[in-house]
Design a protein around this ligand. Sequence first.
Ligand SMILES: O=C(O)c1cc(C(=O)O)oc(=O)c1
Length: 294
Amino acid sequence: MTNRITSWHPNPSKPSYTPPPGAVDAHCHVFGPVAQFPFSAKAKYIPEDAGPDMLFALRDHLGFEKNVVVQASCHGTDNAATLDAIAKSNGKARGVAVVDPAIPEEELAALHDGGIRGIRFNFLKRLVDNAPKDKFLEVAGRLPKGWHVVIYFEADILEELRPFIDAIPVPLVIDHMGRPDVSQGPDGADMTAFRKLLDSREDIWFKATCPERLDAIKEGGLGDPWDDFARAVAPLVEDYQDRVIWGTDWPHPNMQDEIPDDGHIVDMIPRIAPTAELQQKLLVTNPNRLYWAD
Ligand SMILES: O=C(O)c1cc(C(=O)O)oc(=O)c1
């Protein structure tokens, strides 16, 4: 295999901020190890191995207790690497799968037993070849009890996705806030449209994640320490504090040109959630409601 990519920091700093006991990193991934878990033939990037040992070492280094492992697009619909990480976590990880929408009921039940609590629909053209809304809706209607749907899309297709989102019959979690342009500020067009979505249903949650993507220099942003991200996202966390979760996004797929320091990513937390009460909701109460309700 050629051109395997490294998109994560080799030696992240220790954050200044200490997360509360029980804190959950609710958006991270594993890559491989490929000898055991090959990448999908349709993968749009081929990373170096970033397996569970590395993930758990980072978790401890950053001061977190648990992880939610989200199936990365490079593993397609084979969730074996994600399930392996959950199985090795001693109950400290749960996950979100990506499935073939034709998946039979007994396989969904097996994913539940393996610690999966949601499925992810990815609408980013640079990551997946197609996103069949009709098939997604069909499978969303027959998920195990207590599961949710995670959706990853970019701000420019939010309006177009509204009928699809409105039709999803289970709670929804929006990855990376639907990628708003944070340089527009907290009252810009993208944040205003996203608030409208959140106001349309009380069971839409979101991840206040990815300063490294949404405020990246290569995307025209400010870069670390990501001031535009902090300014745009803090009011959203305050206003929707009972349905927001947080994660590192490690190993930062596709960020090889601007690799973030995970210690700095953790230091974003008190900037978007300045009180102990908000931090407790963001890092403990809310992710436990979604992923450890049973
Ligand atoms: O923006 C991305 O490139 C990205 C990719 C993946 C994935 O490949 O699954 O997941 C993410 O959360 C973000």
